[in-house]
Design a protein around this ligand. Structure first.
Ligand SMILES: *[C@@H]1O[C@H](CO)[C@@H](O)[C@H](O)[C@H]1NC(C)=O
Ligand SMILES: *[C@@H]1O[C@H](CO)[C@@H](O)[C@H](O)[C@H]1NC(C)=O
Ligand SMILES: *[C@@H]1O[C@H](CO)[C@@H](O)[C@H](O)[C@H]1NC(C)=O
Ligand SMILES: *[C@@H]1O[C@H](CO)[C@@H](O)[C@H](O)[C@H]1NC(C)=O
Length: 554
């Protein structure tokens, strides 16, 4: 009887669960992907690339908030394969996250079906393979989430919507690159830049990549899908109006060029308001001694004449880049990603329950190059850590929390190799500090969440640096970069139960251990907080022949 309240609570939660049942009536988009190797010459030299349905980059997943996405992946490679959906939050559903800590890889000659709902996200994302060094062979593609018709978007519908996947590229081929890393060496410098799989060197033909009708406005969704370098993008004779960053509508500042760090996505509006002719879209590496550059032609419909041979110059130094970061503001009045659990966008008013500091380092173990977070270089056990945890055999596979929230100075001087998994309390509001003592720019991505990057500043972080935080209108996003000898602070509520990968987006660092998992467990193993493992989930390692554990209940 005293449980009447509990009963009511349960009813309420059943009702709210039903909201999701209703939502599962949302439209389904079905994709069948045949993934195979092919020989292409993105930089003018033939090499092995990964195509999806014969395309490189892969096909666009073009969807709308709340759509259900079903992707049946047929792996025709001769190596195991997984895809992750970079920035898609997978609410309650790390089962679909496609990392080696959450999923058993899809074996060659077999297929596996991802099914997930994009929920209330909007914006520009991309997917890519997380296995081996497959990202160095392509296998990536755009993932675009539109706002539902009734949800207002803070700008007029553009004439067209272009995705621009830029990234640095190696012509050695992913297998040779992997051999370098497995042998303890570095990948070295990339050989070029590609834009949507092309460098301009591959065919020599002056085909436009984009077209614009004079007077019209176009949306360009620019993502850096590369492996090592930050990239500056700019268009001859045109400015770019920033409207969206990784799922958040921004204050619409106008820029001559935009620094896009690894794993990041930006949407800009470009108005075709210049003399009708060709113009060049330029992408070039930042913070490198000799910049690598690629170009693509934008042609005005009915325009006359080639583009000018003079390319707009890239900015110099990282102070410029930092200032640009500081100018990004969330448009607080535009409808955007969901508010935080307190029901408001006032993240700056929530008390911090935990501060975690991550320090990246490079070093060697047994003479081989490794990268670490707080001194631990992650290795993926054969049994994915999520499955080991779910089946109750975690202690046989890894040890939780080898690293501490406050790494001692000098952590990272010595590197240990082990699965790197930390625990977190469901719904804690955390502050994460990324401290970069190295001379290169870092880029960090967290799966399962977006976060508020409240500051990026030079030097070392101390608690009094909190006075520098933007506690009002930082742009909620999923990837943050850190300049050399600098730190970045992000805040988020850990309200998405699951096993979530936090990773360096620099491919070599990621592959050689600069990543970890955050285990966010629902306290009562409740279906309200996390879905059960899907019936068709792949099993491997220790759990391969184990009976399914007791399912979660409401
Ligand atoms: C993508 O989806 C949007 C919204 O449904 C639609 O307007 C647009 O035409 C689609 N684009 C492509 C290339 O299919
Ligand atoms: C493999 O593909 C077939 C359809 O060709 C489908 O019926 C089956 O469910 C898929 N298997 C998995 C594990 O997704
Ligand atoms: C923010 O969004 C609102 C609502 O859509 C829009 O009216 C306003 O112009 C936007 N503000 C800026 C500064 O972009
Ligand atoms: C935050 O912490 C302060 C000081 O400990 C306390 O007075 C305040 O009530 C807390 N606010 C919330 C929303 O919990």
């Amino acid at each position: 009887m005293c449980n009447i309240n509990l009963l009511i609570l349960t009813l309420i939660s059943i009702l709210s669960t039903n909201v999701f049942v209703v939502k599962s009536e949302d439209p389904y988009l079905f994709y069948t992907w045949n993934v195979n190797y092919a020989t292409l010459s993105p930089l003018g030299v033939p090499q092995q690339v990964i195509q999806i349905n014969g395309k490189f980059p892969g096909p666009t997943i073009n969807c709308t908030s709340n759509n259900n996405i079903v992707v049946n992946v047929f792996n025709h490679l001769y190596e195991p394969l997984l895809f992750t959906w970079n920035g898609i939050q997978q609410r309650k559903n790390s089962w679909q996250d496609g990392t080696l800590g959450t999923n058993c890889p899809i074996q060659p000659g077999t297929n596996f079906t991802y099914h997930f709902q994009v929920k209330d996200q909007i914006g520009s994302y991309f997917y890519y393979p997380t296995t081996a060094l497959h990202r160095a062979a392509g296998g990536y593609g755009p993932l675009t989430v539109h706002s539902r018709d009734l949800i207002p978007v803070p700008f007029d519908r553009p004439e067209d919507d272009y995705t621009v996947l830029v990234g640095d590229w190696y012509s050695k081929g992913h297998s040779n690159l992997k051999k370098l890393l497995d042998g303890g060496r570095s990948l070295g410098r990339p050989d070029g830049i590609i834009i949507n799989g092309k460098s301009g060197k591959s065919d020599g033909k002056d085909q436009p990549m984009f077209t614009m009708i004079p007077g019209k406005v176009y949306r360009y969704r620019i993502c850096n899908v590369g492996m090592k370098n930050s990239i500056n993008t700019r268009i001859q004779g045109h400015s770019m109006k920033l409207v969206e960053v990784e799922g958040s509508h921004t204050v619409q500042n106008v820029y001559d060029s935009l620094d896009v760090h690894l794993g990041q996505c930006y949407s800009v509006l470009v108005t075709a308001d210049q003399t009708p002719k060709d113009y060049i879209f330029v992408a070039s590496t930042r913070f490198t001694k000799t910049p690598l550059t690629a170009t693509a032609t934008i042609r005005y419909v009915g325009g006359k004449g080639p583009a000018s041979a003079t390319l707009p110059e890239a900015p110099v130094g990282w102070a410029w880049s930092l200032n640009q970061f500081r100018s990004f503001r969330w448009n607080l009045t535009a409808s955007a990603a969901r508010p935080n659990p307190q029901g408001s966008y006032h993240y700056g008013k929530i008390n911090i329950t935990r501060t975690i500091k991550f320090v990246n380092s490079a070093g060697s173990v047994d003479g081989k190059l490794r990268y670490a977070v707080n001194g631990v270089s992650h290795i993926d056990p054969e049994t994915p850590v999520k499955l080991a945890e779910y089946f109750g055999v975690a202690t046989k596979v890894f040890k939780y929390s080898l690293i501490s929230d406050e790494p001692p100075s000098g952590a990272g001087d010595k590197i240990t190799m082990a699965p790197n998994v930390i625990t977190a309390i469901f719904r804690n509001f955390v502050e994460i500090i990324f401290e970069n003592h190295e001379k290169s720019v870092q880029s960090w991505h967290l799966d399962g969440y977006s976060f508020f990057p409240v500051a990026i500043e030079p030097g070392r972080w101390t608690p009094d640096k909190r006075t520098k935080y933007n506690l009002i209108d930082a742009v909620s996003r999923h990837t943050v970069h850190v300049y050399p000898k600098s730190w970045a602070a992000v805040m988020t509520t850990l309200d998405n139960a699951g096993m979530w990968n936090l990773r360096s987006m620099l491919l070599e660092r990621n592959y050689l251990g600069q990543q970890l998992y955050i285990s966010v467990l629902s306290p009562e193993n409740s279906l309200r907080d996390e879905y059960n493992m899907p019936d068709d989930n792949l099993l491997c390692g220790l759990v391969k022949n184990m009976a399914n554990p007791k399912p979660y209940s409401i």
